[in-house]
Ligand binder design. Sequence first.
Ligand SMILES: C[S@@+](CC[C@H](N)C(=O)[O-])C[C@H]1O[C@@H](n2cnc3c(N)ncnc32)[C@H](O)[C@@H]1O
Length: 205
Amino acid sequence: MGTAEERQRDLWDRTAERYDRLVGPLDRRFMAASRRWIGERAVGEVLEVAVGTGLNLPHFSLDVRLTGVDISAPMLAAARAKADAAGMDARWVEGDAEDLPFDDDSFDTVVSTFAMCGFPDYDKALSEIVRVVRPNGRILLADHVPSTNPVLHLLQKGLEAVTSRANGEYWTRRPLPRLERMGVRIVDAGRLHFGIIEHLHARKQ
Ligand SMILES: C[S@@+](CC[C@H](N)C(=O)[O-])C[C@H]1O[C@@H](n2cnc3c(N)ncnc32)[C@H](O)[C@@H]1O
């Protein structure tokens, strides 16, 4: 069986080769706007946590200095190939979002998209993001969260009962209030698609 982290790594190692094809149509329809929103706000020394196959790369400005971290080597390899093809220089690190291999206050911006829903302990991952971003640095997140529509919210709860056991996927997590409780200031946030997708820009105090 292995630990929850090992199961996640195994899942994403097996999915890496076909990930872009699997999520492509969904991504263009539901996630691309949030990726653009986040890319426009990322500045300076940028860490992307759980960078996956690098679907955010085209949205970053050419002058950011990117570090991508992910638990899955094949996902990282796919991101690296995209960056190389685009002539983008970046650093790639295999590591766990819940125990980031970086010093405190290291980055101007930390980005994470559509990954918080699968971390075994997303409070830990959020604390790590807050730890490694510089004071007044930017935290830019996007994910699926509980819908503002009560019927859809109920469906998400039902779905979560199945997917949390099957592949560790949660549908009712919401990072925004957790960050507020950690003393992080929310600068801006938006919700799309019946409130199911939320993107946010927060600053470490
Ligand atoms: C649904 S994909 C999202 C990828 C990318 N962020 C995106 O927006 O397309 C989830 C990613 O999280 C990574 N991941 C899962 N658990 C992780 C962990 N504990 N630490 C770092 N990365 C993790 C997976 O390897 C995978 O690349």
